[in-house]
Design a protein around this ligand. Structure first.
Ligand code: ZN
Length: 454
């Protein structure tokens, strides 16, 4: 599985989080279903945006070193965010600059091969892919050649024959980072790195290629053209995820509406962002609003309250009878059926909430059931297993931590007020606990229960 990774010139935002999380869940699910997954996610560590940033952030410094510094800084930032989100690291994380280095000029070799096969041509130190030589150019993004031609232009300074031809190798500009090649000093175009790194690590044909819908054209279309032009079979399946907007708008510097992953995580735990993402199918667009995040928070709380409740029940013993228990098995099967159907996470998640609802009903009404505790335990264990293994949720954000003396005193006072029938007083204390201490108190048939707000 090969996924197009970040271009490291800025801190990652929640659009990056969605992309990474979607492929994390797909990977986790494939492993859960017994597949061996070799997961590759590349890093674009040299391109115009990185070089521009280097010029701004490290003014007056050598541009080669500044470019490396920028790439390292923002790759570190990306890694830190992925770690905080508990995204499993890729098995391989190739960097573009590793595949153009003098000791491993894999991109130069790939381009040379395309030239020898007549699929690419040199033009004054640049090398272009000749799209007229590609079979079915446009088939991945489902566009006609005429349509694509209509939108393409040749910019000043470009020496290409056809507006749709794209650069495989760009001649070095004064002072910019560059590498040796048979066509003189320069650096690779963006598209070539993914064709080269995917086949280098996964072979000439591999199963899944993933990325955002915005990459389907031209990036992935060009990857197909390059790899097929070099006689390779390339990806068997493509997975493109929908894009993320904020309050109905595209995230853009000019709008100042970026939500950085680190800023989000200062306000909410990762589980809440993940549940929000799971509520939409990966192929759909998602519109981020803080109201929806509050809704997702409630959903996470619902799952955690259920797990806490079961945890606090005095189970006689754990028999571990999980498979074969009627409603638990039924919901697990439905969950798998939904995930098998193109990773339908909203439906799968719905089945888990149904499991919680049914178990809650059973807790209240199933007292005479011989397997009363086994069933409740099985439901909780199954819920934890599926949410952790496949959705990567922790579900321990609301875990109880110790009460201060004052808080404990108030909770005790409320208990006594209820015992003596002074409900006005008990309501007052409940409000005080919530407003001043962020403690939520709920009455259950076993007495009052409390937990902290996030
Ligand atoms: Zn790519």
């Amino acid at each position: 599985m090969y996924v197009c990774g970040p271009t490291v010139y800025d801190d990652p935002h929640i659009g990056h989080a969605r992309s990474a999380y979607i492929f994390d869940v797909i990977r986790r699910y494939l492993v859960y279903r017994g597949y061996k997954v070799k997961f590759v996610r590349n890093v674009t560590d040299v391109d115009d945006k990185i070089i521009n940033k280097a010029g701004n952030e490290f003014k007056g410094e050598d541009l080669n070193q500044a470019t490396e510094k920028v790439a390292r800084k923002y790759l570190d930032s990306y890694h830190a965010a992925m770690k905080e989100l508990s995204i499993i690291p890729p098995d391989f994380e190739p960097k573009a600059t590793e595949f153009i280095a003098p000791d491993r000029p894999a991109m130069q070799k790939f381009i040379q091969n395309l030239i020898e096969r007549g699929a690419a041509y040199t033009a004054g130190g640049d090398v272009y892919f000749d799209i007229k030589k590609a079979r079915n150019y446009g088939k991945l993004s489902n566009q006609s050649l005429a349509n694509m031609e209509a939108g393409a232009r040749i910019s000043p300074g470009e020496n290409k024959k056809d507006p749709l031809d794209f650069a495989l190798w760009k001649k070095a500009k004064e002072g910019e980072p560059s590498w040796d090649s048979p066509w003189g000093k320069g650096r690779p175009g963006w598209h070539i790195e993914c064709s080269v790194m995917s086949s280098d690590i996964l072979g000439d044909e591999f199963d899944i290629h993933g990325g955002g819908l915005d990459l389907i054209f031209p990036h992935h279309e060009n990857e197909v053209a390059q790899s097929e032009g070099a006689g390779k079979k390339f990806a068997r399946y493509w997975i493109h995820h929908g894009l993320l907007t904020i309050n109905g708008q595209k995230m853009a510097k000019s709008l100042g509406n970026f939500v950085m992953i680190s800023d989000f995580l200062k306000k909410y735990p990762a589980d809440i962002l993940k549940i929000f993402f799971l509520q939409a199918h990966y192929s759909s667009p998602v519109d981020f609003t803080w109201e929806k995040i509050e809704e997702a928070k409630k959903a996470v709380q619902r799952l955690e309250i259920f797990l806490q409740k079961v945890c606090q029940m005095k189970m006689p013993k754990k028999l571990g009878k999980i498979i074969g228990i009627d409603f638990v098995k039924e919901k697990t099967d439905s969950f798998i059926e939904a995930m098998d159907d193109d990773f339908n996470t909203p439906l799968a998640l719905g089945h888990l909430f149904d499991l919680v609802t049914e178990t809650n009903k059973f807790i209240d009404s199933g007292k005479n059931d011989l397997d009363y505790y086994d069933k409740i335990d099985a439901a909780a264990v199954t819920l934890q297993h599926l949410t952790r293994k496949i959705f990567g949720l922790s579900l321990n954000n609301f875990a109880k931590d110790g009460l201060s003396e004052e808080e404990a005193e108030l909770i005790l006072q409320r208990q006594e007020a209820r015992k003596s029938g002074d409900f006005k007083r008990s309501d007052e204390i409940r409000t005080k606990l919530l407003k001043e201490y962020g403690i939520i108190v709920e009455d259950t048939k076993d007495g009052q229960d409390w937990r902290r707000e996030i």
